[in-house]
Design a protein around this ligand. Sequence first.
Ligand SMILES: *Cc1c(COP(=O)(O)O)cnc(C)c1O
Length: 429
Amino acid sequence: MANRDRSKELFKKAKRVLVGGVNSPVRAFKAVGGTPPFIASGKGSKITDEDGNKYIDYVGSWGPLILGHGDKRVKSALREATQRGTSFGAPTKYEVQIADSVSRALPSVQKLRFVNSGTEATMSALRLARGVTGRKRVLKFEGCYHGHADSFLVGAGSGVATLGIPDSPGVPEEIASLTIQTPFNDLEAASRAFKKWGKELACVIVEPIAGNMGCVLPVPGFLRGLRELCDQYGSLLIFDEVMTGFRVAWGGAQKLFRVKPDLTCLGKVIGGGLPAAAYGGRRDLMNELAPEGPVYQAGTLSGNPLAMAAGLATLEVLKVDGVYDELEDYCRRLCGGLAERANAASIPLVTAFKGGMFGFFFKNEIVRNFTEAKGSDMVRFANFHRQMLGSGIYLAPSAFEAGFVSLAHTKNALEETLKAATEAFRQLR
Ligand SMILES: *Cc1c(COP(=O)(O)O)cnc(C)c1O
């Protein structure tokens, strides 16, 4: 096992002044045990910790770094933007350029508004949906994570699931009770919810590919069925593509599954590693937002020129043909290789991937919802995670997170990863 003394020392200090030593819960490694490496730098597919250990990174800052660490094009765009100034709180050309790019990639997004985080995007989209429909209720799916706004901290996956907090104290019952949740991939259950509350539902919000309970693909007909239910009852369909947008395809999951949402939330990749997110959709809906309409939402640093420049530089690379095939090819080989090696060691493992995101569960049958995800072997995951980290492979420290690859992940990285996995599976038996 590599020496991580400096990281351990830093973590000890961090815990005195930062809650849990971190600024986002999953980073604390509670689900897998041990302490987190403190990262000093990153280049391409690799990150280096404060003790000088190198890791092949499958977290990519939780999704944004689809070009890898320290991409030249992003750095150069940032350099140029920085020279002009870091923030104006006034319109800049970057905002127009990136909005144009996003709208072209996702035709359902006729108009958009930039914000600073995915959480802001989803909570603002919900306010807009409530504002235009005059309805209060929202339907979400168990294990889907839509950021930490009150309305969504009900049956959320990822950090919440990992920590075993079904709801969070501080979320008023009155607000939580407006959120209805049914199992992901269960159209029947959604249909029953609509029968009961359809006329009160402002919207349905869904991760079109779930990425916060591991990676769980939608079953055929699920997303289309939601579209039909929304149309039938006059509710809006919100695709939370904060993770999948520009991650699984140019055009997002909505392009892959050919379902058109009314509103879309974006984040992660569109900020190119800086804090940026957005929500957008039908022009008539977006025009209800201030200053054109009465629904209020604002932000001091929204559309910040540095974030816009990094996002734009990232999108410029992604719009080239074949990019997503390359990412998916890596994921296919990685998942195939993991499954093959687990199988050889008689360890049950199922995998899923799309574009540049992937996931695996220590389980026999394919996972379609949160209950099934929770039925995977967590102890085995924690052990596997520890083994892999020791061999220089940095996986998300929770069984409920998707993994991400970047265009900087090479064939060598893949081979190194699979070699480490062979050894890890051997140790797990
Ligand atoms: C990450 C994520 C969010 C929240 O984004 P933050 O920038 O962390 O606030 C919302 N929805 C989905 C699907 C996400 O993956």
